[in-house]
Design a protein around this ligand. Sequence first.
Ligand SMILES: [Zn+2]
Ligand SMILES: [Zn+2]
Length: 912
Amino acid sequence: MNGTLDTIPIRFHPLPGEALDSWLDAYAHRLQVRTKDILALAGLQLEHHPALREMFGLRPWTPAHHPEDFAALSAVTGVAVDVLGGMTLARYNGRLLTIDHRSGQRTRGDWWHRTRPSRFCPGCLTDNAGRWPLSWRLPWSFACVTHKCLLVDNCPRCTRPARLNWSLRIRPVPGFCRRPRLSTEPAPSEAGTSRCLGDLRRAATVSLPQDGRVLAAQERVDGLIAEILDAVGTGDADHRPPSLGRLQDLDASARAALAAIHFSSELPLHARDLLVELKVTDPRTLREDQSHGGSQPLQARSMAFAMAVATHMLRNGLDELQPDTTRWLLTTAHGVRKNEAIPTAGKILTRWDRATPELQGVLLKELASTLQPHERLRYRTASPRPSAPARGTAIERSRKVPTCLWRGIALPLTPPGLFGRLPIGFRVALSRMVLAVGSGTTQEEARRLLFNYDPAGLGLQYSAMTSKLQRSGHLDQVLSAVTQLADHLDEHNSPIDYARRRAQFLNADLDWQALAQFYDAVGRTRPAPPEQRLLRVRLIERLTGTHPRFLMPPMNLAGAHVHVYERAGLRLHADVSDHLDDQASRLLQQAGINEPIRWEPPQDWINLATCDLPGPAPDGIPTARLWTAVRSGDGVEAIASQLSTSIEHIRLTAERHPLPTGKSPTSCAPKIPRNRTPTTKELQELIAQGLSNRNIAKALGYSNTFVRRLLCERGLTSAFLSGGQRSIHIDPNHLRHEYEVKHRTYAAIAESMGVSTHTIRARAAELGIVSRKDSREDHPLAQLGGPDDFPPAVWDTFTGKGAETRVRRLLLITALPTSTIAAAARSLNITPCNVHATMKKLERAAGTTLFRRSTKGMTTNLTPAGEVFAHAIRESLSRVDAARTTSDTSQARTKGAAEQTANFTHELAEAP
Ligand SMILES: [Zn+2]
Ligand SMILES: [Zn+2]
């Protein structure tokens, strides 16, 4: 036949579900022409049409990428275009398979290529005159539910897979093998054909029991596919029908079953029954089907076995996996090495990579008890939905976690006594666990993220701690709590960037000047060097969350010092604690960091109801009882047993509720009265000098209580109870000048006038003086005069928070032999950033350029203006130092301010 017709006179309709190639072959057979001729009738010349060759000639399952061709075919055959479109594998596209339109290749599901030849049912071929349903091309078609048999893989005559390629150049005979005839075969009876022509309808089949598992599995799969196609029909392209997930899980489990039979000779009962049903006497038969590296078409019996095992495992859904089968697939599917009894989570996920995340999660949960604690965290087996680790999570989360997990959070997670009296190492381990949750980071990396140096040798034996937890039976609860905490941190974030704090403040120093002033103002003895060191590392702990035990040597505390530190923490007074917070906040402000000083996640981030935690809840110790116990001078162990809780619980409560001021263990102990009681006249004189109750007690060497009682007895009480009486000694103009013009602090003014800070503050309030919020530091030059007595630039330079520190730094860095900021930072032991900020601040205060610029930026070399400026401030500083030495007459002080200043300078220059 040549040329084209408007329409073929004989109509020939496709069967429901028939494949396009089958229908075209049958049509050609009916017309006694070649299949090619049918296409030619529609004007489709394959020779000149590569896309069509591909579509009809080489890959009959390829979807139509040229709708107009289908339109032409529809015009001559009278079959609707959408019916024709539904006869190719395009019907499944986007759901059961994905076809790359450019290459025409399927891109998902590597079983597709292994079933390309298509299995078949001889019974169906007989019933339908050799016509071929499209569904036989699906990899999951392995049995015929109508004829209750396995599908057949090969032609009975040439034993090759049937229907591999589609030739258009022959006159097709439906139901017969049309592979090219093998040269070894005898010549066919029908002259002129070069085809095998084996009768596929006569192929032997394996019959299956009506109520057997294989047919049930095929019905389950068919049902799922029908649901998926229905869902496609609804047109919602983004919606993933749940049946697709179920099929995916069956598919993945079936693959695991094939691997399992390959590696294991110990089959569970169900699998052995299946082999009987499939009439396979030796499991090795199935193994041989598998042993071609996946290049051979997958035999129907293997697919039937695998799918039936999968259907059995998942028959009650994900909530209730069939245990025997699941265990078999999990423990043997990995089977790479014989000695590997427990598969790692990673291998499980690789093996089950086609499963839905839900099934993967359920399997990981099944495995949890056999996994290493670190893996359980990485794969989140304690969460409702375990999953594969995502890289990078730990780095992000390390910004939100302190080196030692927050004391209040760690407390309920720490079995009392299990990690000794001071479980700070365990707190580090807990922080590392938080980093491990859902993250691909190794243990080593997690440790590096929490420390700014290699903490080897600090006895941080992470795995020893987790196994200790495991032995004590608390591992599950702790892992669950840590996972919840990590999830909440990811979701809600932390207001503190701990990574930045660690980078900037691990060597932070106290402002010793401010500290000394604070001690003087509250009338305490200034701390001695050992105590100073403890205060400094306490400041660092507050800023960075790093316990001084884990600071970089030589800053770290070791051995007995750690316990001294903890003991001091227990007895730290509220006012000292507040002062440390002030200093911390000043450092943060200087670094331009707008964060709270300290923070702890809320307790409800860990659901205590779902995990029965080993340690006590953080609240629950009445502070009054704690303070009484602490004041009694008992050790922390005794206090803990007295209040029947853990030592850490006591420490935490003390940290949250420091001892109220003025009732230190020493001050509340009555002092032994002197042999002579002061006379009323002596007391009146002291009052006239403007001394406060406390200062009178100090001057006389009596306790505050004793002095108060004494004054009461002598009728001098009113003077001390009101606190306002001192106002008569205070000149309002003087107070205003000192505070508002000279920018002195209340504490410094009180000190110079010999009255209490409280009195000054109350008087200032009466006078309506607006308190400054920005600084609690006295103006360093105030003792020498007011703003009018100094050049404005010099006065301004000494004004504001940390001004004196900056000025002293300037003198130190300009004296260095090199002029880079990096060198200055090294010598001051602060960050280059900090040095740079200090220099900029100085320039702003001085209102001119003080430092020379090189091509690389700022240097520490002074400009001529800088030289003049440095000279002026050097002079001012030496006057300040001299004034401090001479004006310092307080007997209570153990150290002169000059010495303090010298120490301070020394600290700056030589701090570790
Ligand atoms: Zn059949
Ligand atoms: Zn054949």
